[in-house]
Design a protein around this ligand. Structure first.
Ligand code: PBG
Length: 344
């Protein structure tokens, strides 16, 4: 089976490699292509949606059983009762998947970009970033919730309410705005968090709207917090695909699904995160968007977990300079924050 553009019977240009990539017309490989994924309902939804997109742009793959799903349990999935910050932070959702890729047990892998470390292991590259789903955070409130107020995003949260989240970024921003609230650790997948809320163990929880939407659970969102009120995590709402850097043929194929806007904003957000070089206990937010004039608008945030310090800044510049914008904003935020925030 050749995956090169010339082999596509109906001949759409959609399998064409990104500019600058060499076209290897005689490359052949056997199918199925093995895709690595985590096993949560959200991860499986993202993986299957990505495969559908690939089939859509690459009809040649529709003729065979093109893909084989390999569910890989990661350390992040196995350890459910601790904060990620306490067990080694990021990378824990990807470590075993990277190993499978480097060992050749899978050909590519589908990730939530926000769970992917900024510096990938040598030999692994981000082949493509899919179009971003809504990057905002949502608050899901239990039965004690008050009325919502457009002028005050947090008005519906009852005074002194207990909010469950495992994200220090969400905790810090929430406590900064509402020091009366109490925050407790809650992990687990989206479904199990919602049932804990229904059972009354918490008054509310914060989740990525993207996950709720993908799982058809958006109706549970009591409040959607705009990105200025609650700065999302770098990469939130974006699905990213990793491949072996040496697998040029697959890099080429997958680049057909690349969303340029998602790539530009994720470059800026991930460069910001890398420049801040926070420990996994540092609440950090990063959110970029493309303006209609083609410039890129980037907001970065650093805080203390208890919300007693919070620094948020926004810059704008050429989208072609996404990485530099991210790095400079990150360096500036770091320079103007207390040093102990970044200490291990
Ligand atoms: N850390 C878990 C995780 N990783 C990606 C998402 C949501 C989907 C996305 O951001 O694309 C979630 C759940 C959440 O934060 O509520």
């Amino acid at each position: 089976m050749s995956l090169s553009p010339g082999a596509t019977p109906s001949g759409p240009a959609s399998c064409a490699p990104a500019a600058g990539h060499p076209v290897r017309r005689h490359a052949h490989r056997s199918l199925p292509l093995r895709v690595g994924t985590r096993g949560s309902p959200l991860a499986l939804w993202q993986t299957r949606t990505f495969l559908d997109r690939v089939l859509h742009v690459c009809p040649v793959l529709r003729n065979a059983k093109a893909f084989e799903e390999h569910v890989i349990a990661t350390s992040g999935d196995r350890i459910q009762d601790k904060r990620l910050a306490d067990i080694g932070g990021k990378g824990l959702f990807a470590k075993e998947i990277h190993e499978a890729l480097l060992d050749g047990r899978i050909d590519f892998a589908v990730h939530s970009l926000k769970d992917l470390e900024t510096e990938l292991p040598p030999g692994i590259v981000l082949a493509c970033t899919m179009k971003r789903e809504d990057a905002r955070d949502a608050m899901v409130l239990g039965p004690r919730a008050g009325d919502t107020d457009p002028a005050n995003p947090y008005a519906a949260i009852p005074s002194g309410a207990l909010i469950g989240t495992a994200s220090l970024r969400r905790q810090a921003q929430l406590l900064h705005a509402r020091p009366d609230l109490r925050v407790e650790m809650i992990r687990g997948n989206v479904g199990s968090r919602l049932s804990k809320l229904e059972s009354g163990a918490f008054d509310g929880t914060l989740l990525a709207l993207a996950g709720l939407k993908r799982l058809g659970l958006e109706r549970h969102a009591s409040l959607v917090l705009d990105a200025e009120t609650m700065v999302p995590a770098a990469g939130q709402g974006i699905v990213g695909i990793t491949v072996r850097a040496a697998d040029l043929e697959l890099c080429e194929l997958l680049s057909a699904v690349e969303d340029r806007e998602a790539r530009a904003v994720s470059r800026a957000e991930r460069a910001l995160l890398a420049a801040l070089d926070g420990s996994c206990r540092t609440p950090i937010g990063g959110h970029a968007r493309l303006l209609p004039d083609g410039r890129l608008h980037l907001t970065g945030l650093v805080a203390r977990p208890d919300g007693s310090f919070l620094l948020k800044r926004t810059v704008a510049g050429a989208a072609t300079e996404a990485e530099r914008l991210g790095r400079e904003l990150g360096d500036g935020l770091r320079a103007d924050s207390p040093v102990d925030i970044f200490a291990g």
